[in-house]
Design a protein around this ligand. Structure first.
Ligand SMILES: *Cc1c(COP(=O)(O)O)cnc(C)c1O
Length: 382
């Protein structure tokens, strides 16, 4: 691809017309196997687990959007994180953000640690703590920024510098920002991970995950994991993500505009406290957000006084849906303590600062005045 600007890349990277028919959309190649041209020769594909033409196009688009050298699509975000650590061995050590997606903790603590891989959770917003946590057997530093639901930032460039000096790779879960608003590879990270279920698909109609590597060895490693472990995204899901990607920059602009407007409204509302949104000057890491992000996104959270108030709020909202997940066109509100952090112990939640009144919003692309009016009437009912 020539050096196109972002919105052009989103529409065209990986999405050139079909060479056979001229179809402007990438065809969905629903074929498990491909006719070979001889013994040991083929047209580029032999079996869909190893490679599928629709998946190839999505993977090319993902690599272009993150400025990586290869993209790899998986059945879900969790399958992508599983693939990320699949080549680690007993005795290896992972340093992971403590304030990370709860599903990542479940995977690491209940499955990966059983393979003899040690996982250490660290507040990665504290660079000293990252430095101290890296040991001779550390193979990966996995960070998520901003974090869920408290929107705490980790300095990707600084962590990457620390890790690189010790020969350790850094992976970044970039789901909350999308490739439009944050480019971890540019900041020095080695691997980017996405749950494409969120902004990349953008329409809440499919599960998927991705890894984007920056070196040829990542391509070899993740191709092997795709072929050997097999959790590859189906051609139809690939098509949905490709379709979502075309409008990603456009959607993100609207998410951003609405996110800022909603945050400014909430910041002044007397019934809420502890609003966490990196786009507000009152956010303790506002300067870092400006430095490493290209925008502030549309994820935020705030506190109501109790679980009871949270329940009344969720009953009263009309446009915002009481649902988990994020990054779709529709606005969602969710009660952190019983959804994303439902599997986390009460004690840990207290330590993290997630109380029973904590509400998370994923602000969609509806009209911002309608969204604010909806929140206003729901807060009046609290
Ligand atoms: C949703 C999510 C995941 C997991 O992705 P799935 O597609 O649900 O498996 C991982 N990380 C973050 C930040 C997420 O929001």
């Amino acid at each position: 691809m020539p050096d196109y600007k972002y919105s052009t890349l989103a529409v065209h990277a990986g999405q050139h017309p079909d060479p056979l028919t001229g179809a402007v959309n990438v065809p969905v190649y629903l074929s498990s196997t491909f006719e070979l041209t001889g013994i040991g020769t083929d047209r580029g594909w032999d079996y869909s687990r190893a490679g599928n033409p629709t998946r190839d196009r999505l993977e090319a688009a993902l690599a272009a959007l993150e400025g990586g050298s290869s993209g790899h699509a998986f059945t879900s975000g969790m399958a992508a994180i599983s693939a990320l650590v699949a080549m680690l061995r007993a005795g290896d050590h992972i340093v992971c953000s403590s304030d990370v997606y709860a599903g990542t903790v479940r995977l690491f603590d209940q499955i990966v640690s059983g393979y003899g891989i040690e996982i250490e959770y660290v507040d990665t917003s504290d660079l000293k703590a990252v430095e101290t946590a890296i040991k001779p057997n550390t193979k990966l530093v996995h960070i998520e920024t901003p974090s869920n639901p408290l929107m705490v930032l980790t300095d990707i460039a600084a962590v990457s510098r620390i890790a690189r000096a010790r020969g350790v790779e850094v992976s970044v879960d970039n789901t909350f920002m999308s490739p439009v608003l944050q480019s971890p590879l540019e900041l020095g990270a080695d691997i980017v991970m996405h749950s494409t279920t969120k902004y990349l698909n953008g329409h809440s109609d499919g599960l998927g995950g991705a890894l984007i590597g920056s070196k040829p060895e990542h391509k070899d490693r993740f191709l092997l994991v795709q072929k050997a472990a097999g959790a590859v995204m189906s051609p139809f899901e690939c098509f949905l993500v490709l379709r979502g990607i075309k409008t990603l920059p456009l959607r993100i602009r609207q998410h951003e505009e609405n996110g800022r407007a909603v945050a400014e409204f909430l910041a002044k509302h007397p019934k809420i406290s502890k609003l966490a949104y990196p786009g507000l000057k009152t956010h303790p890491q506002y300067d870092l957000a400006v430095k490493q992000q290209k925008g502030f996104g549309s994820m935020m959270s705030f506190e109501l006084k109790s679980r009871d108030e949270a329940a009344r709020f969720l009953k009263a909202v009309k446009i915002f849906l009481n649902a988990e997940s994020l990054g779709g066109v529709e606005s969602l509100a969710s009660h952190s303590a019983t959804t994303t952090h439902g599997s986390v112990s009460e004690e840990t939640r207290q330590r993290m600062g997630i109380n029973e009144g904590r509400m998370r919003l994923s602000v969609g692309i509806e009209d911002k005045e309608d969204l604010i009016a909806d929140l206003d009437q729901a807060l009046a009912a609290v």
